[in-house]
Design a protein around this ligand. Sequence first.
Ligand SMILES: NC(=O)C1=CN([C@@H]2O[C@H](COP(=O)(O)OP(=O)(O)OC[C@H]3O[C@@H](n4cnc5c(N)ncnc54)[C@H](O)[C@@H]3O)[C@@H](O)[C@H]2O)C=CC1
Ligand SMILES: Cc1cc2nc3c(=O)[nH]c(=O)nc-3n(C[C@H](O)[C@H](O)[C@H](O)COP(=O)(O)O)c2cc1C
Length: 174
Amino acid sequence: MNMPMPHGFQPAETVGREAFRDAMASLGAAVSIVTTDGPHGRAGFTASAVCSVTDTPPTLLVCLNRSSSAFPAIAANGVLCVNTLTHEHEALSAVFGGKVPAEQRFSAGSWSRLVTGAPALDDAAVSFDCRVASMSDVGTHRVLFAEVLAIRHSPAASGLVYFGRRYHPLHHGA
Ligand SMILES: NC(=O)C1=CN([C@@H]2O[C@H](COP(=O)(O)OP(=O)(O)OC[C@H]3O[C@@H](n4cnc5c(N)ncnc54)[C@H](O)[C@@H]3O)[C@@H](O)[C@H]2O)C=CC1
Ligand SMILES: Cc1cc2nc3c(=O)[nH]c(=O)nc-3n(C[C@H](O)[C@H](O)[C@H](O)COP(=O)(O)O)c2cc1C
């Protein structure tokens, strides 16, 4: 029996990359800079595909395009730091989102180290210093399951949300 299609519904087999991206542009997401350092070099990229998985053990997931300049170093070092940005970091997000060559990115921002040696952004809303516990490839991306070894946060900091292909500031109580 042919059921009528609800307005706006598209069967899965007709959803292409552009339709998926257009749909994803309707999801607001926190913006982070994910970094690494170690024997395989220092690297970082801007990420919105970051999610809490479980608190036992404390684990985040990060989805990283395998064609990204940061991929070889993050995969091989096995450590990363997720630095969640505030409304003051819009320009820094662009730097790590591809606007600046990889080797010049860390001259923007002030960085220190927590436990793993991956760069932690000093004025981030929160930094999660992690070791990569496991990973899995899905399509173009690698899904990194990252166990959190240390946290540094500024509870009063603002937030930065990426929604509708642009940045939006978030403030406490607003
Ligand atoms: N998960 C990812 O790999 C993301 C990549 N980007 C990249 O940043 C640039 C600018 O992005 P927008 O201005 O938001 O326009 P856009 O049209 O490329 O992306 C719209 C939305 O689709 C999703 N998306 C984009 N590329 C994706 C990918 N390769 N795999 C899975 N999801 C993806 C994201 O949620 C993004 O906010 C593009 O080059 C885009 O590929 C942006 C956000 C997430
Ligand atoms: C707001 C924003 C969110 C992004 N989120 C992700 C993400 O979650 N995963 C990813 O692989 N790339 C993401 N990107 C794209 C990478 O930041 C970008 O590909 C990379 O820094 C530039 O590529 P390059 O390092 O190879 O020059 C995002 C870009 C922007 C601007």
